[in-house]
Design a protein around this ligand. Structure first.
Ligand code: XBP
Ligand code: MG
Length: 232
């Protein structure tokens, strides 16, 4: 499908995924998980290749649980909750330091979309604290107010590829899914948005480079501009 699928006037809102889409955050997530394991005195360490495989499971708590299950470790919900809280505080600290920039073209797209009077929103499986840290560190805390809906892990406990987070965002906005475009980087995210009835632009990311993105309405090519693709 070509760019005409996203002609301006054919949509009213853009919903952004966060991890891998707004920014290449997953390396910071991986470092934060490993720091949390160390702090808890555990000898667990997720290297890049292992983390890439673990990313098939969305949600930090769910990812730790999947790892424990694969390692035949006894499930311990309290331990998972503790590790995840510690991981979130390390991650938000890394992001607040400014070490995770927005991906190229994202700020330009947000600026152009706001100028065009479009509605902006976020639909992600990550925790709300992580979104606040990333947006504040990259665009400034006032930018959180630019998003009419911020749907996160807390909004929809059933995570992508389930469509729940997108359905919740649509309900808040009161919009017809046919008038909304999602920007996503992963198989799970694309599946979630498509199941909710949205058109999807896929922006291939570092950690999801092996994902099948073919369910997207359009997959971005290297060097392509989101602003141009969206007719802004
Ligand atoms: C990415 C995820 C998240 C993060 C970790 O989802 O799967 O789980 O890796 O965040 P998306 P939490 O691309 O939809 O943002 O630890 O807060 O779950
Ligand atoms: Mg993503």
């Amino acid at each position: 499908m070509n760019g005409a699928a996203f002609a301006s006037g054919s949509y009213d809102a853009i919903l952004f995924d966060v991890d891998g889409t707004l920014a290449e955050t997953e390396e910071a997530h991986r470092l934060a998980f490993n720091a949390a394991f160390r702090e808890a005195g555990l000898a667990w360490h997720w290297d890049e290749a292992q983390y890439r495989a673990l990313l098939k499971v969305t949600g930090g708590k769910e990812r730790i649980a999947a790892f424990m299950q694969a390692e035949n470790l006894a499930m311990d919900a309290a331990l998972i909750a503790r590790l995840h809280a510690s991981k979130t505080s390390v991650y938000t600290r890394i992001v607040a330091e400014g070490s995770v920039p927005l991906r190229p073209g994202i700020e330009k797209l947000i600026t152009a979309a706001r100028a065009a009077g479009l509605t902006l929103g976020i639909a992600t499986t990550t925790s709300r604290a992580n979104i606040d840290a990333l947006i504040s560190a990259t665009l400034g805390p006032e930018a959180l107010g630019w998003f009419s809906v911020i749907a996160s892990a807390e909004t929809a406990p059933l995570k992508k590829p389930a469509p729940d987070v997108y359905l919740a965002a649509l309900e808040t906005l009161g919009l017809d899914p046919a008038r909304v475009i999602a920007i996503e980087d992963s198989f799970n995210g694309i599946r979630a948005a498509r199941e909710a009835g949205l058109r999807v632009i896929a922006t291939p990311s570092f950690y999801c480079s092996g994902d099948d993105l073919s369910e997207a309405t359009r997959v971005m090519e290297a060097g392509e501009s989101l602003v141009a693709l969206l007719g802004l």
